[in-house]
Design a protein around this ligand. Structure first.
Ligand SMILES: [Mg+2]
Length: 326
């Protein structure tokens, strides 16, 4: 499979996962079990039309658009996030939807003149999944760079809103997984892909590139690092908005899912932070299975598909362009 199809698959995958999860955001798992999601639904907890996507997709699009136009430019990333949060850019209906507490505070700091590297929340309570959910574009962007280049960009991308070392490490680990998914042969088992990423994290190149405070958070990710995650029963996988839970849940669903559809429905039906867990799973599953594996009825149901397509295609074109043009 061509890398272009994996990148567009990941971005469409983000949007469909998000939109499948929006109507059931916050619904507990036991309730999901009695009425599981299997198709795009309207209404639900936010009362939105079927196919409505939220902050996860908006911030992913803003980040992708920035990278395609400007390369890695933290100031431009934050400016576009601000246009989303305060002006309704990158939204289906002109209003930002799903903006989280830590992200809102960071974007307000930026608006008030705080420099980009100091805007993100840095308290232990600032470890929601708000940076992880939008991390695919920067992961794709850094895919063929050496760790000395890629790792600081991944950390910096998280820190724009989520500056705590745990959130930065989550984004680095996610990025290393995405780099390998984009290059993996079809059918490579997910635990192998994740194991390779963990081995890279433990290697000298990444160790030299990563911040020491981020690396100190590694024990928090022990179920991923050890591979025990892939042996867990569903009851032991948490699907909350905590960054570690979201990353674990998405990787678990990716490993369990035999297809794009299977992985994303597993994610939505875990309940909890359904839109973000399914958006992150959708990105990973899109990178694994490619855009052609995404059910056409899901893509067809998305709000404002032409605007999504313009940003998604421009970003994928830019990422696969020869590196001299980046
Ligand atoms: Mg959301």
């Amino acid at each position: 499979m061509q890398i272009h199809e994996r990148i567009t698959g990941a971005l469409w995958g983000t949007a469909v996962g998000d939109a499948l999860g929006v109507p059931v955001e916050g619904v507990p798992r036991r309730e999901m079990d009695s009425a599981p999601v299997s198709a795009m639904r309207g209404g639900g907890v936010h009362g939105q039309p079927a196919g409505t996507w939220s902050d996860d997709t908006s911030m992913t699009l803003a980040g992708a658009d920035s990278l395609a136009r400007r390369g890695w430019d933290p100031l431009d990333q934050l400016e576009r996030f601000g246009r989303w949060a305060f002006d309704g850019a990158y939204t289906p209906y002109g209003v930002a939807f799903g903006l989280g507490r830590t992200t809102r505070a960071a974007l307000r700091r930026f608006r008030d003149g705080v420099p980009p590297h100091a805007c993100g929340g840095n308290d232990e309570s600032d470890n929601g999944n708000g940076a992880l959910m939008r991390a695919f574009p920067v992961a794709a962007w850094t895919r063929d760079g050496p760790p000395a280049v890629a790792v600081p960009i991944l950390e910096g991308a998280a820190a724009l809103t989520h500056r705590h070392p745990r959130s930065r490490l989550a984004t680095v680990l996610y990025g290393l997984v995405v780099h390998r998914l984009l290059g993996a042969r079809a059918g490579t088992p997910v635990p192998h892909v994740v194991g390779d990423a963990v081995a890279a994290l433990d290697g000298p190149e990444v160790r030299q590139a990563i911040s020491s405070d981020a690396l100190e958070e590694l024990p928090v990710f022990r179920r991923i690092v050890s591979g025990d995650l892939f042996r867990l029963h569903r009851d032991d996988v948490r699907s909350t908005g905590y960054v570690v839970d979201t990353l674990e849940a998405a990787l678990w669903c990716l490993a369990r899912g035999r297809s794009f559809r299977d992985a994303v429905l597993l994610a939505v039906n875990l309940g909890g932070d359904t839109d973000t867990v399914a958006a992150v799973t959708g990105a990973l599953a899109g990178a694994r299975f490619g855009s052609a594996a995404i059910p056409t009825e899901w893509v067809g149901a998305l709000a404002t598909p032409a605007r999504l397509e313009a940003i998604i295609d421009a970003f994928a074109d830019r990422v696969v362009a020869p590196s001299t043009k980046r």
